[in-house]
Design a protein around this ligand. Structure first.
Ligand code: C6P
Length: 415
């Protein structure tokens, strides 16, 4: 066996851990290629959450009773484990649980942006940002008088590095950049951008929604000031996301939402805030979801993040190659290589992306079609919509073949 095969994932075994993959639609086995939207959930995660509900369920940080104490420990340990997973040495104090990446971005933009930004300040984004960043910073800029600037992309879907150096200046207050584009698959040089931002005394926020699920991420090696991601894209449950922040920066921030569980002392006149991360987590938090995310992180690390990345990249490269060979498929993003992740965005020239996805659905192939919450990027690409196949640990080359066959059927139908 070659070294590469020895290191390859045991996809058959992994598939067995995801019962949903057994589903059939009109006799056809599900081919799930919409993982950039939401990944499927392995049994160990489902079990961890059911066990929690069966045996431990209670509110956290409120009760003296045994169950509440146990639930609190589960919840706190989940923070530490997820922090460790992304290389945050400050543990729970640097890792806030939110609802999803979108809420993490809003937390930062409201808590930091509203206070710190003003006329003359610039927020530097890129043309490939997801609406979660782009719309949020636009709104905060509008309220504060700050300006948004966008680093251009090149025609092959990479960031224009020269333009990045022009955009990031002493006027820059924060750089907000997506680690891996959900539309192009581009892996951005976030550590270089962080260094550039810091050279100009600016902060950097990284949207890691499409990076943490499928590659090793070390927020300290990147030197990100803030970094966000979602549980449901990394074999975990919906309803939980994360915002990493350097401890001294989080300490300095005021809360974004107010209520119970996040205070130290409240009088009729004023309130003071609790410790990190609780001052950013008011109300009853996603406790069972935190338990699920903890299990998901254990599960992914058990497989190995390097191997996950290799598996996905090799499937995406195979899909790219097969789609390219079709002759009438427009592909977006860089050619397969180290700066391309495990998804492929494309359009079949003769068929609208929505029609294509609908025909795929008739073949039980689940892909995504639309603007993927990157409308300005689609404007830049000159298309209203695109189709996207995105891969995860349980996908196979045979499923890529099924994708291509379904595309052939669509072409025939519309001929
Ligand atoms: N992208 C997709 O591409 P939430 O929905 O909050 O968990 O994640 C938002 C988000 C932020 N940044 C990037 C780069 C993303 O890809 C996403 C979610 C999904 O299919 C839904 S648009």
């Amino acid at each position: 066996m070659s070294q590469q095969n020895a290191d390859a994932l045991d996809v058959e075994r992994i598939r067995g851990e995801f019962p949903i993959l057994e589903r059939e639609f009109e006799g056809q086995r599900l081919v799930y290629l919409d993982n950039a939207a939401t990944t499927q959930t392995p049994e160990v995660v489902v079990e961890a959450m059911s066990d929690y509900y069966r045996e431990t369920n209670a509110n956290v940080h409120r009760g003296i009773h045994q169950l509440s104490q146990e639930a609190s420990i589960c919840y706190e340990e989940a923070h530490d484990r997820v922090a460790e997973f992304v290389g945050a040495s400050g543990g729970r104090e640097e890792l806030i649980f939110t609802k999803n990446t979108t809420e993490s971005e809003n937390l930062l933009a409201y808590a930091w942006g509203l206070r710190e930004l003003g006329p003359g300040d610039e927020v530097v984004l890129t043309e490939m940002e997801h609406h979660a960043s782009l719309v949020t910073w636009q709104q905060i800029a509008e309220r504060t008088g700050a300006t948004c600037r966008y680093i251009r992309i090149t025609d092959d879907g990479r960031l224009d590095e020269e333009h990045a150096r022009e955009c990031i200046t002493d006027e820059t207050a924060i750089v907000s950049v997506v680690h891996v584009s959900n539309t192009l698959g581009t892996v951005n040089p976030v550590a270089d951008l962080a260094a550039l931002a810091h050279d100009h005394d600016a902060l950097i926020f990284v949207d890691g929604a499409q990076a943490v699920p499928n590659r090793p991420v070390d927020v300290e090696a990147i030197d990100a000031d803030f970094y966000a991601f979602s549980g449901h894209k990394m074999a975990g449950p919906t309803g939980i996301g994360c915002l990493y922040g350097k401890k001294h920066l989080l300490e300095d921030l005021d809360p974004f939402l107010y209520g119970g569980g996040m205070i130290r002392k409240v009088t009729f006149e004023e309130s003071t805030w609790g410790d990190l991360p609780w001052k950013f987590e008011p109300g009853t938090p996603p406790i069972a979801e935190a338990v699920g995310l903890h299990a998901a992180v254990d599960y992914l690390e058990g497989i190995g993040m390097d191997r996950i990345r290799e598996h996905e990249e090799s499937l995406a490269a195979y899909a790219y190659e097969r789609l390219d060979a079709e002759g009438d498929v427009d592909l977006y993003g860089p050619e397969p290589g180290p700066d391309r992740s495990g998804l492929v965005g494309f359009n079949l020239e003769s068929v609208h992306a929505h029609d294509l996805a609908s025909i795929m659905n008739d073949h039980a192939v689940a892909i995504r079609a639309g603007d993927h919450c990157t409308q300005p990027l689609h404007d830049r690409l000159g298309v209203a919509a695109s189709a996207r196949a995105s891969f995860y640990i349980y996908n196979t080359r045979e499923e890529v073949d099924a994708l291509v066959e379904a595309i052939d059927s669509a072409r025939q139908l519309f001929a």
